[in-house]
Design a protein around this ligand. Sequence first.
Ligand code: TMP
Length: 208
Amino acid sequence: MEASGKFIVFEGIDGAGKTTQVELLAQNLRSLGREVSLGAEPTTLESGRAIRRALSGAEKKSECQMAAMFVLDRIAHNIDSEIGIRALTEKGIDVISDRYYYSSLAYQGAATDYGWVKQMNIGSPEIRRPDLCIYLDLLPEQSLERISRGRESVEIYENLEKLTSVRNTFLSVIEDLRGEGESIYVVDANRPPEQIAEEIFAIVKKHI
Ligand code: TMP
């Protein structure tokens, strides 16, 4: 029987360099002859597009509505017959996701009720736990500087106070889920991308 692919998640506050590291890890895994599929949340599915509209401020939603919308999108990301994590890993393909439920626990957990958000995510039979999570750690000041350099529009979650509180929440989410046996690594993201990628590849190789 074909071995199942691994499901690896990248997390971090905005501007931590997740997109770059997702790409570099995919290249490194492919160099080992593995098949890799890249995903992100919010997804490109209808449930993800609705989230984008809400994040841009075009369609106002409450924090609880946002929490539920992210769960809906995450379930779709798991079970979609084409881009779904389940279908791909069953075919032996590694899936790397730019964000997953750690973001919901940090952002919506802080904005609504942590226990409720955690239960909706971790407790869902259609939301699987990743094999590995890499948290790219950046100080909020460094994050904001990168964001303002690279982009014109600043989404609603991107201000210093919020980034500080989200980073602190992320660190406690990591502690919480490590306590449940999850493999989560905190990687210093304030370094050259190649150096970060090398450290991440070494970690990932231990898990494949
Ligand atoms: P990004 O494409 O830059 O990662 O933006 C997605 C935004 O959505 C980012 O500000 C974090 C936020 N988000 C949540 O609040 N909860 C979630 O569960 C996810 C996946 C993202």
